[in-house]
Design a protein around this ligand. Structure first.
Ligand SMILES: Cc1cc2nc3c(=O)[nH]c(=O)nc-3n(C[C@H](O)[C@H](O)[C@H](O)COP(=O)(O)O)c2cc1C
Length: 171
């Protein structure tokens, strides 16, 4: 399939994995996004918040919860130009049941009409949560493809899962 870009948001630093707080030098979603981009030979773009999230897990959860409650749209200092692409493979972690709010900022910043978005969501047990419904609401004129849930702490061994999802969806 042509004209595909992989866009992701990911947070390195302290995180929750299999009941423990651990330090991630590289975020789980970033690791999965890099694998996907390599598998299909697609370009990769990172969404980055302008005001960095705290390193500490609890602090980060606190801020993300507040942003969700306030329906905030945090500014981005890194984004993606999707204008030339038909398909967007969109990766994000599950934060408090849905996409981190910087992803909402991104989804409202571009025109996704007629494009197809394939979401993949890394998480520690909540699956994709409400993220796919939220995505469809934010991009009513995009087609949303099959969403994939990936266990964040198992990303390193997720090649087969990622490959079969990509193949099922024609990539
Ligand atoms: C702020 C925050 C909120 C989170 N909320 C959830 C959640 O509601 N459900 C869940 O299963 N995992 C949750 N997690 C765990 C992440 O979804 C999981 O570790 C993910 O793989 C992190 O991806 P990243 O390293 O690319 O940021 C949360 C993690 C953080 C930092």
């Amino acid at each position: 399939m042509e004209k595909t870009i992989v866009v992701y948001f990911s947070h390195s630093g302290m995180n929750y994995a299999k009941g423990k707080i651990v330090r991630l030098e590289k975020g789980n979603t970033k690791a999965a996004a890099e694998k996907i981009a390599k598998m299909i030979g697609a370009p990769l773009a990172e969404l980055k918040e302008a005001e960095e999230y705290p390193d500490g897990y609890r602090e980060c959860v606190g801020r993300s919860r507040k942003e969700l409650q306030e329906n905030a749209r945090p500014a981005l200092k890194g984004t993606a130009d999707v204008s030339g692409y038909e398909n967007i493979i969109l990766g994000y972690p599950n934060w408090c049941g849905t996409m981190p709010m910087p992803v909402w900022t991104f989804l409202e910043s571009a025109d996704f009409s007629g494009k197809k978005i394939y979401p993949f969501c890394t998480n520690e047990g909540s699956g994709t949560g409400r993220s796919v419904q939220d995505l469809q609401k934010l991009c009513p004129h995009a087609q949303i493809g099959e969403a994939l849930s990936v266990c964040g702490s198992d990303v390193e061994s997720s090649d087969a899962l990622l490959k079969s999802w990509l193949q099922r969806n024609g990539f």
